[in-house]
Write a protein that binds this ligand. Structure first.
Ligand code: ADP
Length: 628
């Protein structure tokens, strides 16, 4: 038998899912920005109820003016109307300010939800790109229709406004039905018949129900458009900035990339006048919206007729006519708002699925809690014990049966051709991935059992594709806004950046790159690498790992760094990864990687004695290359 849920299209959501997913979104909102709910709820409720107070008092005043005209009653009513108008205006204004303040706070903090998740993800999920793909979908949904967490706050505000407004309007409407037409009105007493009450309720319900249904039908086209909008938005995001991207200026001139970009910007633009959204707008969206508006106009007309007839017959004063017409219209509007908001929430649930798919990416790596004890003696020993690893989804082993042991204070080199597994070895050492076989031990204990941050604190790595940020030099080196200037300066000098630092206009306070400051300094690849090395030195961790640290340096700079390296790293354990053997020959121990395996280990001299070995062959090949 077909279950009901089988009939639900992927671009639709049930009421239950809608409520659950928005409840969860609200919890996230409260966690990241407590107070945003209360301020929104207060503002929405007060601004929805304020008109009810005004309408009520205005009706009383008109009734009194058209009726007994008692001065003291009129005076009291006018005072109450003025006082409440002033008080409510001031209160609404203050609450608006509070709400706006909380909104902007939430707007900024919303990003933290995603940033926190991104940072807590297992590296594998970042590396495979799945998380980036979801994140980019979330951003696109937000950009093209405010969907996802973005629309949450306005939905919440509308729900409270609708609820408070409907309750206020109901309170003002009750007497419309309870105040009968007097017997003296003759034929008009028929208006007291319950059928009129029933009829009005039916018209009101139909109008309030059908109006938003029409609106939601129209809104449904947005979810239908989602897939195309996402693609269009991606293209827009990727290609629109192409023309102002400085780093592409040369390629663009040479290869006319803008022609391809313009083609896609045009062809995938779903909003163009010949696109589906425009066609739907002219057709079904417009028709549904028109029907919704017509139904509510008919309802207002029916209410007018009923209220005016009752007033004509003497059930209440002329002032009450404005009250009832206003209240019944407000009741219908607020119920419509509630139904429409539910419709928006249902549409939004489909987009929240992507948000949760990202937020729910599980952390599969075991997180231990042992401390690395931050040993003052820095007596650390790391051991790879028969470690094998292959990347997720890959058939071949990137590392196979790797055994290696290194003690603090030693200088180690890992050499091998490209693709031999050197970087993978470092990724495993830094626990970016866990091996499928074997184990990695720190002082005899599996590294999985340590607290991750604690464990990472003993390493300072300069990755090949390190990144600096467009902020002052010193902050880049220290990774913090507050830092020890002497230490940062020493690290830069040790990394060979001393002369350049001396020539910099503002020393450590020099802004790197021109993203934020006109007089920011552009650094070359080699200079950036030195800064990255200084950053690792500043960390003052017991292990310093340099993955192809000199790849972007010219031979002179390379020689300069290596000649000083032993001094620079001092008593730290240094692991160099390089395919330039000349850089590694002064290490205590060299491990030669080949196709994921360690095929030779020993000092430069020892390895050279094995004339059959890979190292000997590498060395001779490279020596020939260097001596030209
Ligand atoms: P090296 O640093 O010596 O150049 P790597 O450790 O980067 O070598 O790569 C070892 C092997 O693992 C290569 O075959 C490479 O193609 C593969 N590899 C590296 N990174 C990934 C990845 N993220 N996903 C799948 N395979 C990878």
């Amino acid at each position: 038998m077909k279950k009901k849920s089988d009939n639900i299209r992927e671009d639709q959501a049930t009421l239950r899912e809608t409520l659950q997913s928005h409840y969860r979104a609200c919890q996230e909102m409260r966690r990241y920005c407590p107070g945003v709910f209360l301020s929104t709820a207060l503002h929405s409720a007060i601004s929805a109820l304020a008109p009810c107070v005004n309408v009520y008092l205005a009706a009383r005043i008109i009734n009194e003016l058209a009726g007994q005209k008692r001065r003291e009653v009129l005076g009291a009513l006018v005072l109450a109307a003025l006082g409440s108008a002033v008080a409510l205006t001031v209160l609404t204004g203050l609450l608006l300010r509070l709400k706006e303040y909380m909104y902007s706070k939430w707007d900024a903090r919303k990003e933290h939800i995603f940033a926190d998740k991104m940072l807590s993800l297992d590296f594998v999920d970042v590396d495979t790109g799945r998380s980036h793909d979801l994140l980019s979908q979330i951003r696109q949904n937000r950009n093209w229709g405010n969907w996802g967490l973005q629309v949450l706050i306005s939905c919440f505000a509308d729900l409270i406004r609708g609820l408070a407004g409907a309750l206020g309007a109901m309170a003002l409407t009750i007497s419309l039905f309870t105040m009968p037409v007097p017997e003296s009105a003759g034929r008009f007493t028929v208006l007291n018949h319950p059928a009129f009450l029933l009829g009005l309720i039916v018209i009101l319900s139909l109008a309030t129900g059908l109006g938003p249904v029409c609106h939601n039908k129209a809104e449904g086209y947005w979810t239908r458009f989602a897939e195309q909008a996402k693609l269009g938005n991606r293209i827009y995001g990727a290609f629109l900035g192409l023309f102002i991207d400085r780093s592409r200026a040369m390629d663009q001139r040479m290869y006319n990339q803008q022609i391809i970009a313009r083609h896609y910007l045009e062809s995938e633009n779903g909003y163009k006048s010949t696109g589906p959204m425009a066609a739907w707008g002219r057709g079904p969206i417009g028709a549904w919206e028109m029907l919704g508006a017509s139904i509510s106009a008919v309802m207002t007309g029916a209410v007018y007729v009923f209220v005016c007839l009752k007033a004509w017959a003497g059930a209440f004063g002329v002032g009450s006519v404005t009250q009832y017409v206003g209240a019944v219209t407000a009741l219908a509007q607020n119920i419509s708002l509630l139904i429409q908001t539910m419709g928006t929430m249902k549409a939004n649930t489909v987009f929240l699925r992507t948000t949760y798919a990202f937020l729910d990416i599980p952390g599969a790596m075991y997180q231990g809690s042992l401390s690395t004890e931050k040993r003052a003696d820095r007596e650390y020993e790391v051991e790879f014990k028969d470690v094998s690893f292959r990347y997720p989804g890959s058939e071949s082993w990137a590392l196979r049966h790797v055994n290696m042991k290194f003690k603090v204070g030693r200088k180690m080199a890992v050499v091998g051709e490209n693709g031999s597994g050197k970087t993978t070895f470092i990724k495993l050492l830094c626990r970016l991935y866990d091996p499928q076989e074997g184990e990695i031990l720190l002082n005899g204990i599996d590294i999985r059992k340590y607290d991750y941050r604690d464990y990472m604190d003993i390493f300072a790595v300069v990755f090949q594709d390190f990144q600096l940020i467009a902020q002052p030099l010193g902050e880049n080196v220290a990774g913090s806004r507050e830092y020890d200037r002497d230490r940062a300066e020493k690290a830069l000098i040790d990394a060979g950046f001393g002369e350049r630092l001396a020539a910099m206009p503002h020393g450590l306070d020099t802004m790197l790159y021109k993203d934020f400051l006109e007089d920011g300094v552009e650094v070359s690849g080699g200079e950036a690498q030195k800064i990255a090395i200084a950053r690792a030195l500043y960390r003052n961790a017991p292990f310093i790992i340099l993955d192809e640290p000199t790849a972007a340096l010219d031979p002179v700079a390379e020689a300069e760094i290596y000649s000083k390296f032993n001094d620079i790293v001092g008593d730290k354990t240094a692991i160099y990864i390089s395919h330039r053997l000349s850089s590694c020959k002064f290490c205590d121990e060299i491990s030669v990687f080949h196709q994921g395996q360690v095929i030779q280990q020993g000092s430069h001299e020892e390895l050279l004695t094995d004339e059959e070995g890979k190292y000997y062959a590498f060395w001779n090949a490279q020596a020939r290359y260097y001596t030209g």
